[in-house]
Design a binder for this molecule. Structure first.
Ligand code: TXA
Ligand code: MG
Length: 353
């Protein structure tokens, strides 16, 4: 299959391109598209065979459910059995935007889309291209991140192409993605709402709208062996090809420890890479040194993280050390989301300096 790549602009919707992309999805094909979080791989959420194609293109286990993307608030009623008040309050507060809600599904959504579950993940993305595509495609687009299963989610269309070229019908290239980490997922099927995946919309922001919210214990740890409730969170994920280790501790000790390890690995002939931050990169020694961004502005780190992990792959780096963002994780904001993804990328390999 030839994958057509079409450049698109959020501020200037190309109606003909949207019509063509929408037709592809209506006919059962797959189109990758930009959202505000990461690129998505879209297919018709109401069509079992389209969902199967998505799993196949990603090499994703079919028990890992897909998020159904909508473009109009009222469309939620068709795909859920009930729309509880907290859900509608959150939708009003954060949609269109980087929030996914888990609700009981209606019969309209096939089990192939929900990985066999009776619940469905729903999100209305905050990106004009995404909304136009969903509308052109009939209103219900199942879309996981547009990466091969296990790899970092794509924040640039070239990485979508790297993973999906020849496997899908079309890629809408909307340039670099704004947020860079996937949407916050909150489960509203329990008595107390539970965050299953941290993201741009934080616990605090949710609590301001609906009161007490819990966080799935499995999000920031590994050791307990507790299975996360979002099936996708249990898989090794976001991983670069090189072996990634996170080093935590005070700034000075971290720099010293990372340099020591990097020197030793280079002596053994390994190509080393380091993930630092704007105020530390000048102090490192390695083959490839990258800044994740500015610690005072977490959004810069969130936006860069997946791109950096992919760049290490491009540059053939086989041993990577990263600073830790534990402290950021405690201060709220996107720190928890950053640390959650970094830990998974490292297979939870974190050591103290
Ligand atoms: O930002 C995003 O959410 C992006 C863009 C493309 O919208 N999409 C995305 O989809 O990250 P995906 O498939 O890569 O991740 C969806 C996560 C998985 O961890 C999956 O297990 C979980 O959502 N999930 C989906 N449906 C669920 C359900 N019914 N119950 C629990 N977890 C669910
Ligand atoms: Mg994903």
């Amino acid at each position: 299959m030839e994958t057509k790549i079409i450049p698109v602009e959020e501020g200037n919707i190309n109606k003909a391109a949207m019509r063509e992309a929408g037709e592809i999805i209506k006919r059962g094909g797959l189109v990758a598209f930009p959202t505000e979080t990461v690129y998505g791989l879209g297919g018709n959420a109401l069509d079992e065979s389209a969902s199967e194609k998505i799993y196949h293109a990603k090499g994703r286990p079919s028990d890992n459910p897909l998020i159904v993307h909508i473009c109009r608030m009222e469309d939620i009623y068709a795909i859920v059995r009930e729309a509880p008040e907290p859900a509608m309050k959150l939708a009003e507060a954060f949609w269109p935007g980087p929030l996914t809600m888990i609700l009981w599904k209606s019969d309209k959504i096939p089990y192939a889309t929900t990985g066999g579950l009776d619940t469905v993940a729903v999100r209305m993305p905050g990106h004009k291209t995404a909304l136009a595509l969903i509308e052109a495609a009939g209103g219900y687009v199942a879309a996981p991140s547009a990466n091969t299963s296990g790899k970092p989610s794509p924040t640039l269309a070239k990485y979508v192409a790297e993973d999906m070229d020849g496997r899908i019908d079309m890629i809408l290239d909307g340039g670099e993605i704004e947020i860079g980490l996937e949407s916050t997922i909150v489960d509203l099927t329990e008595k107390t709402p539970v965050i299953l995946r941290p993201g741009y919309i934080t616990k605090e922001m949710l609590e301001n709208v609906i009161g007490h919210v819990e966080t799935d214990k499995a999000i920031l740890n590994n050791g307990t062996g507790q299975a996360p409730k979002a099936p996708g969170m249990k898989y090794k994920h976001y991983a670069p090809k090189g072996e990634l280790t996170i080093i935590s501790g005070s700034r000075g000790k971290v720099i010293e420890e990372i340099n020591k390890r990097s020197r030793e690995m280079r002596r053994r002939g390994e190509k080393t890479g380091i993930i630092g931050t704007d105020d530390t990169v000048d102090f490192y020694e390695a083959d490839v040194i990258k800044s994740a961004g500015n610690r005072e502005e977490e959004a810069t780190i969130a936006r860069a993280l997946y791109r950096i992990l992919r760049e290490f792959d491009d540059e053939g780096v086989n041993v990577i050390y990263s600073e830790s963002f534990e402290e950021t994780a405690k201060t709220g904001g996107m720190g928890q989301a950053i640390m959650n993804r970094l830990l998974k990328a490292a297979g939870y390999h974190i050591e103290k300096a």
